[in-house]
Design a protein around this ligand. Structure first.
Ligand code: CA
Length: 460
């Protein structure tokens, strides 16, 4: 099965922000499409988003999942290094959501020796809260999971999806490119079908436009460029409080006439990528002997695939010696693994999540691959923490249990003259009422801080 892709894109700075820190990239010659949402300082967000797009485009040569993830890791490192070289760009970061049509090994024998059949998959990779959606059979499905404080809270059942939309922390992302030295990339492979429409977007779209409305636009407007432009227009009509970027990719299947087995890419002649909209290149895929949906990954979002996709399946003769060796190895590694997991997850700590004090499960800063998990955001904010506690909370103050963590937060609050809900403790002895400063629940401008979650689009 070969595929013809048509793509349209639009971006706008919105009605409130002073500049556009979103960026997108279209590299149709390599079937590669990117949306990035930068953050940090006046210039940092713009630089970070642009660097992400350029680096991913530069590093990815259309060879599949491993390479796509690698390209994002390269972008992460490059932005990280740049942010540490240039004080003006310190703390910058960016989300990235990427779609790439790439061949995958099906493991199906073509009957001609060692070669196995290849089929095309649409690989979606993301870091942060920019999303990929699939519109198929009249239904809009969110393919990616947001790496954000509110998404964590929704996943843990602590707040509803509706509450998340109004949550003061809704802009705080927990994973971005450029802020940490290393990063996990989520990968969501999809078997494309004829008529699929894929949408990549920054949060400026879905924070302003209901999911049903996005679906209705994709149902109504046939051209990917006009759909992208209409979605950007609706985001501005809905408030336009953030930069907004939309890329729409339409998939059409073409019957391969060459028959089975001839896995050669067709040549694609195209102009430069990065136009605002309306690129409708012929992006033929590879012909393949396998049916389009053979042994495919599920379309609906489930667990992200491993960041290191398997390459090829060598057929090995397995002897009992190998089995015994593997069993011992698994036992030893399994024991070590469980010990690390136990140690990595057996504690809690209190640290900043953006500008709020929060309780995390796990060791401060994480342990190997085990990242701390946000348990709850407390009503206490950074500016309410007394100076003598700041360094401890900044570094992550470890506690043996959740109850101990809450007690610690309550103590810090009391030290600041606040009750457990972050309100000033009023005295009822002599004066009847004290009109002290009330605790603010407004989200304060969050700048990315190393070792803590960060907020996109930090400018006021
Ligand atoms: Ca944004």
């Amino acid at each position: 099965m070969s595929f013809l892709l048509r793509v349209g894109a639009a971006t706008d700075q919105g009605l409130v922000r002073g500049n556009n820190q979103d960026a997108f990239g279209l590299a149709p010659d390599r079937h590669l499409f990117i949306v990035a949402d930068g953050m940090g300082g006046h210039r940092g967000g713009e630089v970070a988003a642009r660097m992400a797009v350029e680096t991913i485009e530069e590093s990815y040569a259309a060879a599949g999942a491993d390479e796509l993830v690698h390209a994002m890791l390269v972008a992460n490192r490059r932005i990280y290094d740049r942010a540490h070289e240039d004080p003006e760009l310190r703390g910058m970061g960016t989300t990235a959501v990427v779609a790439a049509l790439a061949p995958v090994d099906t493991g199906v024998d073509t009957g001609e020796g060692q070669a196995t059949a290849e089929r095309m998959q649409l690989l979606i990779a993301n870091v942060g809260d920019s999303r990929a959606y699939l519109y198929r059979d009249g239904e809009l499905i969110q393919l990616t999971e947001d790496h954000s404080v509110v998404a964590d809270l929704v996943r843990q059942g602590r707040i509803s999806a509706e509450e998340a939309e109004q949550h003061p922390q809704r802009n705080v992302v927990t994973r971005v490119l450029g802020v940490y030295e290393d990063i996990d990339v989520d990968l969501w492979p999809v078997d494309p079908l004829d008529g699929d429409r894929y949408v990549l977007c920054s949060d400026g779209l879905f924070n302003e436009v209901e999911q049903d409305t996005i679906g209705a636009v994709l149902r109504r407007l046939e051209g990917p460029d006009e759909a992208a432009e209409e979605l950007v227009r609706l985001a501005n009509a809905g408030g336009g409080r953030d930069n907004v970027t939309v890329v729409v990719i339409d998939v059409a299947a073409i019957d391969a006439k060459g028959g089975a087995g001839g896995a050669a890419p067709s040549s694609v002649a195209l102009g430069a990528a990065g136009h605002r909209s309306g690129i409708e290149p012929d992006l033929a895929g590879f012909s393949t002997a396998a049916p389009a949906r053979a042994a495919g990954a599920p379309v609906a979002p489930g667990e992200p695939a491993s960041r290191h996709a398997r390459s090829s399946r060598a057929r090995t003769r397995i002897t009992w010696r190998v089995v015994a060796f593997v069993a011992v190895l698994v036992a030893v590694l399994g024991g070590a693994y469980l010990t690390v997991v136990w140690y990595g997850t057996s504690a809690y700590h209190v640290a900043f999540a953006g500008d709020d004090v929060a309780i995390f499960k796990g060791r401060p800063g994480g342990l190997l691959w085990i990242e701390p998990e946000l348990v709850e955001v407390t009503p206490l904010s950074r500016d309410q923490v007394p100076a003598r506690w700041l360094a401890a909370v900044e570094a992550g103050h470890e506690q043996p249990s959740l109850a101990d963590s809450r007690r610690f937060v309550a103590n810090v609050a009391r030290d600041a003259g606040l009750d457990e809900r972050g309100r000033p403790i009023t005295t009822t002895t002599t004066r009847p009422t004290t009109t002290g400063p009330t605790a603010t629940t407004e989200p304060t401008a969050t700048t990315p801080v190393e070792g803590s979650p960060v907020a996109p689009g930090g400018q006021p």
